[in-house]
Design a protein around this ligand. Structure first.
Ligand code: SAM
Ligand code: SF4
Length: 329
């Protein structure tokens, strides 16, 4: 098992398939993009599946989420999903995506074994989308969302990051839209993980503020508090339910004490936390011929060193040198 020194057990593996992206969301990367990892440094599909297999079959991983960067940019994604879903015991297989290309791929991914999807959508306004993501792709995201729903993925979750004076006036319309479409919306507090280090505490729309914005138009009651477990979202029934909305207060209401996540970067590094400042290299030993047991031992050691919390509120907090897109959000 992947147990740390505080007794937390990592069962939720997030795998970044690429650091590249076809959007440039302001809270994530600069408009000009980043220096992408050279292809030779990216794990191949076979290498990814080998490490995921070790995680699932030897180390107790029960959920594998593919992310990035933009995971739909990896042509091998359906193959990787299919080989993941074929593992025993079968893990839950999920995807976090900006939705561009999902209109074409949703059915194929479901056939391959995809169980769940999260699509990021921060606005319902095409011009705001263009300003926020620096690309005119709003319609593709909307089409991707509806294709995911039509392909039978349930629930289709929507991730929204609110930014002050950019899209914070859209909290209510976004929730109304998701309720109408049958999607489950989760608001995520903006975290200091952008490549350009533009995050400020003042610019962050907090969980308290989000709840206040929503409460003007909706009656929210806390849902399944006991069942929250390791789930980062605090969930609320909307107008008595059954529809729900989630709020992820990563900064102001951290859930580190119950965290069950571990991350594998696109270039084969294990990170025991989004905010970790150190990584453990699995790619080099893997390419040097290490056995599954050796790789598992390195992975176990990496998780054992996980810190108690992210410490964003600590004066000594240091933003990780890798941005979210390279870590795997
Ligand atoms: N490209 C895919 C997408 O956008 O869904 C997957 C990768 S993206 C890094 C994963 C999630 O992280 C998205 O929902 C995005 O909104 C969120 N995200 C990115 N930067 C963030 C930040 N600084 N704070 C909070 N969430 C962030
Ligand atoms: Fe791309 Fe996702 Fe980052 Fe937006 S949040 S720039 S879609 S990786």
């Amino acid at each position: 098992m992947l147990r740390d020194s505080f007794g937390r057990v990592a069962t939720d593996l997030r795998v970044s398939l690429t650091d590249k992206c076809n959007l440039r969301c302001t809270y994530c990367m600069p408009p000009e993009g980043l220096d992408w990892l050279p292809n030779a440094q990216l794990l191949t599909a076979d290498e990814i599946v080998r490490l995921v297999t070790i995680g699932v079959e030897q180390l107790g991983v029960t959920e594998v989420r593919y992310t990035g960067g933009e995971p739909l940019l990896r042509r091998e994604l359906p193959d990787i999903v299919g080989r993941t879903a074929a593992l025993s015991p079968r893990p839950q297989v999920s995807l976090t995506t900006n939705g561009i290309g999902l209109a074409r791929l949703a059915g194929t991914l479901v056939e391959a074994g995809l169980d769940r999807v999260n699509v990021s959508l921060d606005t319902l306004d095409r011009d705001t989308f263009k300003r926020l993501a620096h690309r005119d792709r709003f319609e593709d995201v909307i089409a991707g969302l509806s294709a995911a729903h039509d392909a039978g993925l349930r629930p289709v979750k929507v991730n929204t990051v609110l930014m002050r004076d950019v899209n914070d006036h859209e909290a209510v319309p976004l929730l109304r839209y998701c309720l109408e479409q049958g999607y489950e919306l989760r608001f995520i507090e903006q975290m200091p993980l952008d490549a350009q280090h533009g995050w400020t505490r003042e610019g962050m729309v907090t969980a308290d503020e989000i709840l206040a914005l929503l409460s003007v138009s909706f009656d929210l009651t806390p849902d399944d508090l006991e069942e929250r477990g390791s789930a980062p979202a605090e969930r609320f029934l909307v107008d008595g339910g059954p529809a729900r909305v989630g709020v992820i207060g990563s900064v102001t209401r951290p859930f580190c004490g119950a965290c069950d996540r571990v991350r594998l970067t696109a270039d084969g590094q294990i990170r025991n936390c989004l905010f970790a400042t150190e990584e453990s290299d699995l790619k080099t030993p893997l390419r040097d011929g290490a056995s599954d047991e050796e790789l598992a031992a390195r992975w176990i050691a990496a998780v054992s060193r996980k810190r108690a919390g992210h410490g964003i509120d600590d004066p000594s907090f240091l933003q990780p040198s890798r941005p979210m897109s390279a870590i795997g959000g």
